[in-house]
Design a protein around this ligand. Structure first.
Ligand SMILES: *Cc1c(COP(=O)(O)O)cnc(C)c1O
Length: 443
């Protein structure tokens, strides 16, 4: 596939959804949020994309040129894995780890940095957990001449110094969160000076920083409609690549944290499902943070402190902090409203796995195909293997596509823990769910 086959438009699923998500609400008034209220932290074009129902949205030329640094990404058939499993299924994976950031996240960070620079913004703030999003935004800001401030969850800041250095290479300022920089951070530290942070807390800090500085905007790496939109380049490209093989997948699988890589891969295939095609689409999440499979569809905050608009989504409650011993990413309490809607309406399926079985699948994949998966992506690997094993039982020759959203080169300490038998399969309990849901805002 040559570079001129990179899709030139993103696919906006909001044009085709049987039922659209309920509107985001202003947390103070409980009323649907107005575009001008979002303008404190987002540029106009991204707000338009957030609300748009136009099916195809042009990718700006400058963004396309930067995509061409690593796109199209490979669609590969995992033949050695198929042979090892002795499955009649064909297993394909779309590999996003070839991007300079090592994951799919650069697909949206470039677009977001572009629109912010176009709007005259000088600096972007964001949060990062494991570091992938912070890295992706750091690179994008460097390309577009913006400053970048990254609030990094403190436990990751301590445990993943190389991730920190990676962001610093591109000139980003990296701050361990909770920090003293913001009201939100100070409030948390007053309650618990040893707090190791969470994505929700870091989001609170980054949003506050952006909202209180005129030349500064906030950038989110998942969950929101415009982020999912930018990621659809993955699935659109994959469809084109399948066409060249004369194939079409029966099953499409993506790991699910906030929902962006899953949506990016699957939405272009769901477009065909809306038109009558049969595709089984599966979102895969960790059993320790089972947002879709155990959470509740409700209005909730995107952050811990309650600064963000209320989104209708599957949630474990915004106060939920996943156990620190959990190695994989995907530790977010909510799910993208668009993915939540599709799940509620039965158009997609969801599955949860414990981390030891996920790492076992990742090691098997690496040994057969050579690529070391990110722990997040490994959830999709595990589900793909399970689907292939079902085919072995039934003799079905299905075509399975999964998203390999990133490589695991910065996650070797998690692999080390896995080999040392130190990873615990944390059970998510009814009590945790009740505690989390007890703090849902009343709307
Ligand atoms: C961030 C990340 C994820 C999870 O985020 P989504 O928004 O759910 O895609 C998955 N895989 C990799 C490699 C990531 O960096």
């Amino acid at each position: 596939m040559s570079q001129n086959l990179i899709p030139r438009k993103w696919y906006n699923i909001q044009a085709d959804l049987p039922k659209r998500p309920a509107p985001p609400l202003n947390p103070a008034t409980g009323k649907p949020i107005k575009p001008e209220e979002l303008a404190v932290i987002f540029p106009e074009t991204l707000i338009e994309q957030e609300m748009s129902t136009q099916r195809w949205i042009d990718i700006p030329e400058e963004v396309l040129n930067l995509y061409a640094l690593w796109r199209p990404t490979p669609l590969r058939r995992a033949r050695r894995l198929e042979q090892f499993l002795e499955t009649p299924a064909k297993i394909f994976y779309k590999y996003e780890g070839t991007s300079p950031a090592g994951s799919h996240k650069l697909n949206t960070s470039l677009a977001q940095a572009f629109y912010n620079r176009q709007a005259g913004i000088k600096r972007l703030t964001t949060e990062t957990g494991a570091g992938q999003w912070g890295t992706a935004l750091s690179i994008a800001c460097r390309f577009f001449g913006l400053d970048c401030t990254v609030y990094m969850v403190k436990i990751s800041y301590q445990q993943k110094p190389y991730r920190r250095s990676f962001m610093q290479v591109y000139g980003a300022e990296v701050i361990p969160s909770p920090s003293n920089r913001t009201e939100a951070g100070r409030k948390i530290l007053a309650q618990d000076p040893d707090c190791l942070g969470s994505l929700g807390i870091a989001i609170s800090e980054a949003v506050e920083d952006a909202a209180t500085h005129r030349d500064t905007n906030y950038s989110l790496g998942s969950v929101l409609n415009h982020v999912l939109l930018h990621q659809t380049i993955i699935g659109l490209e994959a469809k084109e690549q399948f066409k060249q093989e004369g194939l079409y997948p029966d099953v499409v699988i993506g790991c699910h944290g906030g929902g962006s890589n899953f949506a990016g891969l699957s939405f272009p295939f769901l477009m065909d499902v809306f038109a009558g095609k049969k595709v089984k689409v599966i979102a895969v999440e960790p059993a320790a943070c089972p947002t879709l499979t155990k959470g509740k569809l409700a209005y909730d905050y995107g952050d811990t402190v309650g600064l963000t608009p209320l989104l209708e989504m599957y949630t474990l409650g915004h106060s939920f902090v996943p156990p620190g011993i959990h190695a994989g990413g995907l530790r977010y309490h909510g799910a993208a409203p668009l993915v939540s809607r599709l799940y509620a309406d039965g158009l997609i399926k969801a599955q949860a796995y414990h981390q030891n079985e996920v790492f076992a699948a990742a090691v098997l994949f690496a040994q057969q195909e050579g690529i070391l998966p990110a722990p997040e992506s490994a959830h999709a690997v595990k589900a793909a293997i399970d689907e292939a094993m079902k085919c072995k039982e039934t003799g079905e020759t299905k075509t399975i596509l999964f998203g390999l959203s990133g490589h695991g080169h910065f996650d070797l300490s998690a692999y080390e823990d896995y080999f040392a038998g130190k990873l615990q399969d944390v059970e998510y309990t009814q009590e945790m769910l009740e505690q989390g849901l007890a703090c849902l805002p009343k709307v």
